[in-house]
Write a protein that binds this ligand. Sequence first.
Ligand SMILES: NC(=O)c1ccc[n+]([C@@H]2O[C@H](COP(=O)([O-])OP(=O)(O)OC[C@H]3O[C@@H](n4cnc5c(N)ncnc54)[C@H](O)[C@@H]3O)[C@@H](O)[C@H]2O)c1
Length: 344
Amino acid sequence: MKKTVLVTGAGGYIGTTLVPKLLSKGYKVKAVDRYFFGLEKLDENPNLVYIKEDSRRINEEIFANVDFVIDLVAISNDPSGELFEEATYQINHISRVRTATIAKKMGVKRYILPSSCSIYGFQDTKVDETAKTNPLTVYAIANERAEKGVLPLADKNFCVTIMRQSTVFGYSPRMRFDLAINGMTYGAWRNKKLPLMRDGKQYRPMVHVQDTTDVMCLLLEIETVKINGELFNVGGFTNNYQLGELGEEVARAVSEKLNEEIKIEWYGDIDYRSYSVDFTKIKTILGWEPKWNASMGAKDIIDRLEDGTLEKNTDTITIDWYNDLIKWHKIIKNAEMYGGILDI
Ligand SMILES: NC(=O)c1ccc[n+]([C@@H]2O[C@H](COP(=O)([O-])OP(=O)(O)OC[C@H]3O[C@@H](n4cnc5c(N)ncnc54)[C@H](O)[C@@H]3O)[C@@H](O)[C@H]2O)c1
């Protein structure tokens, strides 16, 4: 019997890489999303069911025959979290604790919460999973509250695991150029100038979208005794960068690809979020290490930009896209009569 995985936020950056991977491994997938970034980014498949629903309104029926839940749904970055504060707490915290609670009641066996290393905020020493957290933004606080809400649900019948992901990078069908490596790569490719947030000394771990989705798949298969009620930092020591050196590595990769000089272009105020992360636990307990590094991810993105299969549109910058949707929602509501604009 094929197992069924319910993925929330399935139409997002991580979801559109994860869902095809789960299908290729023989799982059935229920893909729950508002599909703010479009339904077409997930190809149809006989084992895939699209469920267009708000995570805040998920009901018990959705969990019928579901074995595992991967709860990706979120307003997914710091600037969007600051702008849409109330929605971020509702979606990233309240709805995910509610989803986990219903999942447990409905007999789901495993629940995975994809959280973020950003909950470490600012740290002056390398931090492992036992370190005191220090979330500095609405997005990070909401993730921490979600962690605290779902972990106590773990018991012998309901396996709960938290992934504290590094900042993700690399190509995905719902592309995000608002992520550090992806944005650097695009600027360097397009303008021969790599945008770098001041002052470059901040530590930030990175993980490729293929690697973090591999961990999600592994967490569905590995013995529960190793992961139940556990938190894992997801990343690897070689991808634990200071942003200045990361910028130089990406610039070198782009320069090698294009055979052109790439300059660094500094922007913004000094970024006080800085955390260097210890990844011993995931390596020891799951026996997992990342396969991708920044240079490989940047080169892969450039290949796709060069062959025209990847473009930068407004929907690749998360906050711009949500602002556009809100603006157009108002315009359309004002212009619409009898269910249409010119054709009624
Ligand atoms: N990308 C990263 O660098 C990174 C790093 C650490 C953690 N994470 C976490 O991983 C998860 C996924 O991130 P992502 O990069 O794929 O984000 P994303 O913005 O690309 O995807 C989020 C998805 O959720 C959907 N959505 C938003 N609100 C919804 C609602 N109320 N109901 C139903 N659907 C809704 C959106 O349509 C979108 O498809 C998030 O929880 C994020 O916090 C991401």
